[in-house]
Design a protein around this ligand. Sequence first.
Ligand code: PLP
Length: 463
Amino acid sequence: MHRAADLVADYLEHVGEYPVLPKVAPGEVRAALPAAPPQEPEPLDTLLGDYRTLVEPNVTHWNHPGFMAYFAITGSAPGILGETLAAGLNVNAMLWKTGPAPTELEELVTDWLRQMIGLPAGFRGHINDTASISSMLAIAAARHRATGGDVRTRGMAGRADLPALTVYASEQAHSSIDKAVITLGLGHENLRKVPVDAEYRMDGFALSAAIALDQRAGKRPIAIVATAGTTSTTSVDPLRAVAGVARREKLWLHVDAAYAGSAAICPEYRALLDGLDEADSVVLNPHKWLFTPVDCSVLLLRDPAELRAAFALTPLEILKTGEPGVTNLMDYGPQLGRRFRALKLWFVIRAFGVKGLQARIRAHCALAQEFASWVRAEPGFEICAPHPFSTVCFRAATGGAADEENTLNERILADVNAAGPVFLSHAKLGDRIVLRLTIGNIRTERAHVATAWELVRAAKERL
Ligand code: PLP
């Protein structure tokens, strides 16, 4: 145990010395390991040795300060401590009785988060593994509300009396919404991808038009998913206007704020997320931008009874316990067993304090804005989308044919990522490939961002 703690501490101290992407070919790790399990116990020394030589160097280093791809994340020290202690306890908090402290800490810490982002009292939180599951649960609750619980009892297949149930999200919404409608049996073709405006935000008129079209065709709209911080550009849908449509049409409004919801802990960013308070449900991932190790996704619900109604059952006799008025977390989704995720979030919020977390979010946004200013000032480069938070989409622009420009940017990306010190990703906006730099790692400093920019410029010069 003590040696494992040392390994973690040493790793975090030296993670910046690794290339962010491991120099390993597909299949190489597996080929270096025995194909069959050992028959005899192996000494811990051997296990830790293999971890050190075969595993640690061959991961993509998400905790590296040069990790600026996707949404950069951080397993911060307080979060790692919480995760470790939770593993030691090995609690399965399916019922209050099987985990009183985990259950009550989950209620408490998600209420802290609610207060931190300025949502009204009454919203209640529920911790899941990922935003994908949180959004799926929200849409399941929407379906339950829209059908009066009928689908829960009778299902959807083979029913002439049930029209197609439709869900609306922007073209820029995350694919987890597609997967949610697929998983829930709503049918992928019943997810409407609403067009976006020039700043990649859902077009409110197109939303209303899509709903009206479906109603005329006899379909039954059930939910709108707005995104606050889209994956490609971090655009924010016009939440207040979308909420107006949801209210008028009596639709569930779910807001996917998996990334940018964290910015709402800083009062100055709340105006960008205006309307969040009108949602029926909001998902925010502390494992994205609140320095909590993967996995930790918080689903905040205006009325948690609606989620409970969609999933709670009279349990098997073995799961019946006598405490009145307690929360049994197994009632809020399909899974019975639950990890104790609240502990790490509780540690993170206490160890940094709200002010410490705000300072880091502000520092990340400031670094991203500075990076954008470098791009803007450099001939031959352009900014490709508004960048309200800590993510910047940009590209080398030669004025040549679209395909040539795309190829150039792809080659720049490959060149930069092969160098080692940083890892960026790309996105596609319309038919343009763009480069995407995001700052979310607690160890990222100005020097790392400057290195990224130098590598990009040098690659463009060379190619
Ligand atoms: N929503 C948005 C806006 C995202 O960017 C992502 C992932 O990056 C997700 C949802 C999915 O998150 P998770 O991996 O927690 O399911």
